[in-house]
Write a protein that binds this ligand. Sequence first.
Ligand SMILES: NC(=O)c1ccc[n+]([C@@H]2O[C@H](COP(=O)([O-])OP(=O)(O)OC[C@H]3O[C@@H](n4cnc5c(N)ncnc54)[C@H](O)[C@@H]3O)[C@@H](O)[C@H]2O)c1
Length: 266
Amino acid sequence: MHLKDKVALVTGAAQGIGKAFTQALLEKGCKVALVDLNEEVGKASKDAFDKQFDAQRTIFVPCDVSDEEKLKDAFQKTVQHFGQLDIVVNNAGVNNEKNWEITVQINLISVIRGTYLGLEYMKNENGGSGGAIVNIASLAGLLPVAYQPVYSASKHGVIGFTRSIAMAATIGNYGVRVNAICPGFVNTPILQSIDKEENMGQYSAYKQNIKDMIKFYGIIDPSLIAEGLIRILEDDTLNGEVMKITNKQGIHFHEYNSLPFQSKQQ
Ligand SMILES: NC(=O)c1ccc[n+]([C@@H]2O[C@H](COP(=O)([O-])OP(=O)(O)OC[C@H]3O[C@@H](n4cnc5c(N)ncnc54)[C@H](O)[C@@H]3O)[C@@H](O)[C@H]2O)c1
């Protein structure tokens, strides 16, 4: 996909990885709807982008992605404002093992809903002109994590859903590619949640183990995750792929065995 003048909707765009995604998309000439729950930080990020890029190229849409109606509204506002939609990045996420239901709600259910909304607007059979959806999972979606079992489960769900819907997109000739990104530890405010009892609950006692793990694997700059996003968007051959981004190996893809059942539809 040639990115100039494409319209992207990025959830969780106020800070961290979502902000880095927005920066990279703007640098490529996209227009971006920054969708986030945090109005104060979201507006401050838009203001900062306005100093660097034409203010017309971004809108901030306050939205809790776990609220079905608000998420629908955010999509509608984006399309109304920019007149089209080409890219959806389902990035908003939380780490909460105490109030773990919201982790499933935000990290998985809202990603599924964001994907379906993206398809509704972009897929060929609905009169859309195609596009790309990128769902942000985590290495915790490929590996067990003893101290973040629900976070890990939510991210495993994102990968399973993304790979499956990507197959459906091919079979149904949607014209929309769907891929996932699995970063290792990234230097963003989410890492601070490890120190908080209200996030870690019963696993608070193990925070040092997580910190040791972070030390072992190292912390990645959000700009590298944004580089991965741009690579997925620009390469039209990628669909159903799971991109891993680590300190040691940089940007690379997870390899799966081929499926035992092969039909024309796969
Ligand atoms: N930082 C890491 O180490 C890391 C590693 C792997 C995957 N990830 C994933 O990357 C994504 C981005 O995380 P980050 O590191 O930038 O975290 P972050 O906490 O810095 O940013 C997350 C953003 O999402 C927003 N958000 C949270 N809940 C929301 C909701 N209900 N509705 C709308 N917006 C909401 C927050 O306001 C925030 O702006 C998440 O899905 C996270 O799980 C992060």
